[in-house]
Write a protein that binds this ligand. Structure first.
Ligand SMILES: [Zn+2]
Length: 265
């Protein structure tokens, strides 16, 4: 299956072909004879875009470096790295006043093919979220400057690369490749998370331990979820992906002509 996006912005969800996938026995994301398969180090080209006032400043190189450092640290185990290719500032009072709540619109205007586009907004941006991706998968995400060196950037980049939340609803509580986050290794926790879109928020201690009902998982399985970058828990607790998430990212890239263009040859 090839995913061609009609524009740079992919508003939709991946069209999953389940026909060749069964239970958790066979990982469908393992690539064969592909330059994107495991064993090949992938370097993703990054383009940063700061939405600024007409008389506003460019993004500080220190802020950009911290974002790159964070991405490179969190994706290291997956053998994926990020390299800054371009950095621009959009000086536009209207866009600045619209703020991060209009990131989809801004992405449709200013993202470019061939990159993972990161839109930065001042930390005062009047929205309740720290960052957001344009779609799963997509080529752009936004982030408040204040969170641009936190797990937030790796989480949003994960969405751009095709990953869903670990707490995405699983049909019939099945944990397989056809439902939920489409990854077996991230175990789905039943109640109290069912029909609940806050993930582990409110159930995590300062030392990243899950406190709450065990339901169908063990304490260790819950704790693994709490630390997964694609979870909702505490920003500081999220520091890892699992191997299957890495496999899915490689599979998404392999099936997306647009994503392939953002990989250094
Ligand atoms: Zn998310």
């Amino acid at each position: 299956m090839i995913l061609f996006f009609s524009s740079c912005v992919d508003q939709g969800v991946v069209i999953e072909d389940f026909s060749d996938r069964g239970d958790c026995g066979v990982n469908p994301y393992i690539l064969h004879d592909s330059p994107y398969a495991q064993g090949n180090h992938l370097i993703i080209k990054v383009r940063t875009i700061k939405i600024s006032r007409l008389n506003g400043k460019d993004l500080s190189p220190v802020v950009i470096r911290r974002t790159m450092d964070r991405l490179n640290k969190d994706y290291k185990a997956l053998d994926i790295s990020f390299q800054l290719a371009e950095s621009i500032t959009i000086k536009d009072d209207d866009a600045y006043l619209e703020g991060m709540s209009r990131y989809q619109k801004h992405a449709s205007e200013w993202e470019e093919l061939g990159f993972l586009n990161i839109f930065y907004y001042d930390s005062t941006a009047n929205v309740g979220f720290a960052g957001a991706a344009v779609g799963i998968p997509s080529l752009s995400f936004c982030v408040k400057v204040k969170f641009s060196d936190k797990s937030t950037v790796s989480h949003e980049a994960g969405h751009c690369l095709g990953l869903y939340h670990t707490h995405t609803f699983q049909k019939n509580n099945k944990n397989d490749y056809t439902t939920g986050d489409f990854v077996c290794a991230t175990k789905f926790a039943e109640s109290p998370f069912r029909d609940y879109n806050s993930g582990y928020v409110g159930f995590v201690t300062d030392d990243c331990t899950y406190v709450g009902e065990m339901a169908n998982l063990t304490q260790e399985e819950h704790n693994n979820n709490v630390k997964n970058i694609m979870s909702y828990s505490l920003v500081k607790c999220r520091d890892r992906f699992n191997d299957e998430q890495g496999d899915r990212i490689r599979w998404i890239i392999n099936n997306s002509e647009n994503h392939k263009r953002s990989i250094f040859k």
